[in-house]
Write a protein that binds this ligand. Structure first.
Ligand code: AMP
Length: 211
């Protein structure tokens, strides 16, 4: 099964992706994670995109499509895309790549979360610098302040989770990413979920629909 997880930043795409990955045996491909990894490793790609990520703007379609072509081509068992496509241009590029590879998108899983909830979630989010598990300063606190429950890594605030950048990312989402839904409407099944429900409930609802 090939799925696209869709929704604003902070809607829980990464969290749901990890759960679906385990249960459905899919490969979770997050463009955000791939780009942050490249920045952390100081690769050519990382150096080119570092300031773009910090500003909340989007990396160019050409760079993203080249990155994803390789990732999708080497994934035989089914994938779960998180954070891609992010523009109509990327969606069209993805369609062309999938045609070439003889693959298709089985469904879009859309997580709807309002602007205020996104701001609340992202501004309090803390991410493990080692295993990427996410916590929240109010609603999902680690057992020991600043330390990851899972691996003992240090919790940090992502550069783009700082208040000034969150509003920018939401604006970019509304202007450039949301129109993708119209691109796929009528061509790919679109399943929408209330992403403000508790995490387990969202997972159960998604699994019911995907069965
Ligand atoms: P995310 O972790 O999905 O919120 O992505 C973090 C940042 O990485 C975004 O704000 C963009 O700067 C960049 N990024 C991630 N995915 C894409 C994409 N598909 N197209 C362009 N930029 C992206």
């Amino acid at each position: 099964m090939n799925l696209i997880l869709f929704g604003p930043p902070g809607s829980g795409k990464g969290t749901q992706a990890e759960r679906l990955r385990e249960k459905q045996g899919l490969r979770h491909i997050s463009t955000g994670d791939l780009l942050r990894e490249a920045v952390a490793r100081g690769t050519d790609l990382g150096n080119r995109v570092k300031s773009i990520l910090a500003s909340g703007q989007l990396v160019s379609d050409d760079i993203i499509l080249a990155l994803m072509r390789e990732e999708i081509a080497r994934t035989a068992k089914g994938w779960l895309l998180d954070g891609f496509p992010r523009t109509v241009g990327q969606a069209k590029g993805l369609d062309a790549q999938l045609d070439e590879l003889g693959q298709k998108i089985d469904a879009l899983v859309v997580l709807n979360v309002g602007r205020d909830a996104v701001i609340e979630r992202l501004s309090g989010r803390r991410t493990c610098s080692n295993c990427k598990t996410v916590f929240h300063v109010k609603v999902n606190r680690p057992k020991v302040e600043g330390i990851c429950d899972r691996c003992g890594g240090t919790l940090v605030q992502r550069e783009d989770d700082k208040p000034g950048t969150i509003a920018k990312r939401l604006d970019v989402y509304e202007a450039q990413t949301q129109p993708i839904l119209d691109h796929y409407r009528g061509r790919v099944p679109i399943h929408e979920f209330d992403g403000e429900q508790p995490v387990d409930e969202v997972t159960r609802s998604i699994e019911r629909v995907l069965q």
